[in-house]
Design a protein around this ligand. Sequence first.
Ligand code: PLP
Length: 362
Amino acid sequence: MTSRKYFLTPGPSELYFTVPDHMQAAMRDGIGSISHRSSQFQEIFSHTVNQLKQLLNVPENFQIAFTGSATEVWQLLIQNCTASQTYHLVNGSFSSRFYEFSSQLGRNAIKHEVPFGEGFDINAVDVPEGTEMICVTQNETSSGVMLPVEDIYTLREKYPEMLISVDAVSSVPYLDIDFSKIDSLFFSVQKGMGLPAGLGVWIFNERCIERCKQLTDAGKVIGAYHNIPELVKNSEKSQTQATPNVIGIYILGKVAEDMLRKGLETIRQETAYKASTLYGLLENHPKFKPFVVNPAHRSKTVIVADLLEGLTSDKVINAMAEHGLEIGKGYGQHKATQVRIANFPTSSKEIIFKLADLLEKL
Ligand SMILES: *Cc1c(COP(=O)(O)O)cnc(C)c1O
């Protein structure tokens, strides 16, 4: 019999260690069967929203809404907050897909692209006039490159009238960001939060709401299923438009509560410590090197290694799998020559040390 693997893959990933207990409680209490119009659901909804607001330090002028995925939020942002022009910092597969969505929806999508594995020189970013929204991917999960929050704040100072949208799918809850310097942030739950997939979280401020109102007043199409007015109207009642992923919303609130109890500062310190262990190993091992050259752009939550001396990802992945640890392949064309390791809150120092020991021996 093979024992269950421990998932250090960058999404879906290992579940937060308290999830099985919350899942059991949800089954015991019939959460999967309650009406989404019941007061019991409203309590779950508002509990989850309140815990998330505390966990992520979300100010009062932001709304939290639930969607099916982060991918859905790309579409919502473009349809609800723009009519003509978006600007995208592109350095990997996720940022590139967001950019493509905007073109597909008929916007003039403009990208500032740098090679896969590189970060941005923010002073070289020149956003053209007429841009309604600047879209940044704070942590590019495909390449392991992160965008420092200070660079996002620089964009805010330079372009105060443009909306700033932050894809933080693989950096929440590690990410420490000042919401007053952005307009929108979103994530899905199967990465850093350690939940089963099937739920997106979209956080947006009054500027997004106002922008959406201008668009509807001008007769623009904003979509019928999930749009800002419907999300806001329903959120105010602690409800959702359609029957949602009630179990997901319930567990998200519980996990956020668990993380708050542990303390986000502790989680951040542990994440940084585990990341430095892994990067240290990659820098000193003859068969590995960190893919991201500039240490200032290296993600703390998704660590990507280049494989040297003919080592292939299959070989590394299989060697780890023998010890029950599942790590990810490189993305796209880097499938065979890179591995990606999730360094999310649920993975303890012990697990990361075990992985580092095993990699060391290769
Ligand atoms: C995983 C991921 C997404 C897409 O998330 P879904 O939940 O699959 O919609 C978007 N952006 C980034 C940076 C991601 O890592």
